[in-house]
Design a protein around this ligand. Sequence first.
Ligand SMILES: Cc1cc2nc3c(=O)[nH]c(=O)nc-3n(C[C@H](O)[C@H](O)[C@H](O)COP(=O)(O)OP(=O)(O)OC[C@H]3O[C@@H](n4cnc5c(N)ncnc54)[C@H](O)[C@@H]3O)c2cc1C
Ligand SMILES: NC(=O)c1ccc[n+]([C@@H]2O[C@H](COP(=O)([O-])OP(=O)(O)OC[C@H]3O[C@@H](n4cnc5c(N)ncnc54)[C@H](O)[C@@H]3O)[C@@H](O)[C@H]2O)c1
Length: 479
Amino acid sequence: MKKLDVDVAIIGTGTAGMTAYRAAKAQGARTVVIESGVYGTTCARVGCMPSKLLIAAAESAHAMQHSAPFGVHAGEVRIDGPAVMERVRRERDRFVGFVLESVESFDEADKLRGHARFTSPHTLLVDDHTEVTAARIVIATGSTPLRLPALENVGPGIATSDDVFYWDDLPKSVAVIGTGVIGLELGQALHRLGVRVKLFARGGSIAHISDPEVLRAAGRVLNEELDIQFQSKDIGAVQEGEEVALTVADALGKEQTERFQYVLMAAGRTPNVHDIGLEHTGLERSEDGIPLFDARTMQCGNSHIFIAGDANNERPLLHDAADHGKIAGDNAGRYPDVRPGLRRTPIAVAFTEPNIATLGASYKSLVEGGKRKFAVGSVSFANQGRSRVMLQNKGMLRVYAEFGSRRFLGAEMIAPRAEHLAHTLSWACQMRMTVDQMLEMPFYHPVIEEGVRTALRDLAQCLTKGESDVDAADTEPGT
Ligand SMILES: Cc1cc2nc3c(=O)[nH]c(=O)nc-3n(C[C@H](O)[C@H](O)[C@H](O)COP(=O)(O)OP(=O)(O)OC[C@H]3O[C@@H](n4cnc5c(N)ncnc54)[C@H](O)[C@@H]3O)c2cc1C
Ligand SMILES: NC(=O)c1ccc[n+]([C@@H]2O[C@H](COP(=O)([O-])OP(=O)(O)OC[C@H]3O[C@@H](n4cnc5c(N)ncnc54)[C@H](O)[C@@H]3O)[C@@H](O)[C@H]2O)c1
């Protein structure tokens, strides 16, 4: 057995682990990063990047198929499945290549391959070949797709998002289990690329929306295009040759069996904290088995152990994994001098069309504790000028502010190009701007941001009147 003694050991070489490594090294700590899988990160290999590549192909197909109302006729659109998937993989491999170059730049002596698990609070066993003793440890083990027991051991037709980007061709049909971000992004993209898609939702949730009005609007908008069965329960599946026979019960308990080439499990992701020997650390853990930690320092309790990225499940998103990693690496490097790091205004975007986005305080967090004590402004995009010009006039934005201070608190939306609207609003939120200060900012014409202004004006009125129940329709048809 090889033995290694270091200042900082980092478990996992994904986005959080790589950022933590650089930060700990910058503090002068002798650091080792341990990786059990392939280098390249979840984001680049099977996450953010390949999913957006698939979505880009789908947007292109959709635009060509829906250009007739503009008087533009593309003729018969042919989707070449192998070519679509080949580009997804080729471009994905390019992104992965940049990550690999980055890992290659790490000192060889700092990299260890194998599955790490705690054998005591300060020791890690890597496979059966190396024992690492570390003064401080960062857990950056990421997450894996949740596997539903009803769909276990069925056959090759059961897939997760990890499999999709390795497909050589587009399938004929896919059942998507889950209407979270992954289910909706991949489900809509595949649908737009000509795959027969049906989505099954356990309840009524859509992505990360918590505002009931936005949720209703999203249900309406998405149902216009996609076949979504809400309130359904997956009963089981059987592989029958090239297809899977999936049996699902509807809200009334009525069972129905349909055949699909693939059933895509998109029912959430589980933090990789269950097979790393946490029971040997003495750390206090949540019901989900995740060590309790401080989201400003990433420190677990008062210990020498830190947790970053999807592993802590705080905000399982790429930019947060990087922020977590930086804070955890800085603090592990200079321990016991543990300091709070930079946390930004929360922002999340689902790249559906229209985009779904949330930022700042969620509606759910604001109503917690009973009576609603905040003002709400809203806008529908049904009649918003620029959105209508582009034939993307669908969706709703709701903005929230604090009575008294008139400070902007957050927003939820399904809206055209919401990825950009959400950024503008999240910057205002982080700058702690009031609604009045936001309305003093420039708004060009004609832009989708004029819809944001309508919602903010509505919010300002609501703050002044002291009411919180105003629901305005859009008032700017682009004149
Ligand atoms: C389909 C999909 C699309 C996504 N799209 C977006 C998006 O558009 N925008 C966005 O912000 N986020 C997106 N995400 C989420 C984003 O990819 C993750 O939040 C982010 O990659 C998490 O980084 P991480 O460093 O925590 O984990 P990872 O990159 O998964 O790294 C963890 C590493 O730890 C290793 N490991 C695990 N256990 C051990 C062990 N015991 N010993 C040694 N090594 C171990 C793993 O092999 C892995 O390499 C998407 C995710 C998916 C799945
Ligand atoms: N654009 C992005 O930023 C992006 C894209 C993809 C993934 N991600 C990240 O990956 C995480 C995981 O995504 P996800 O979509 O897998 O999880 P999720 O938590 O967003 O959604 C899971 C969905 O599955 C449903 N579900 C759970 N169990 C079910 C069951 N038995 N039957 C039917 N439905 C069931 C849930 O109700 C929920 O709607 C996200 O939370 C996000 O942080 C981000």
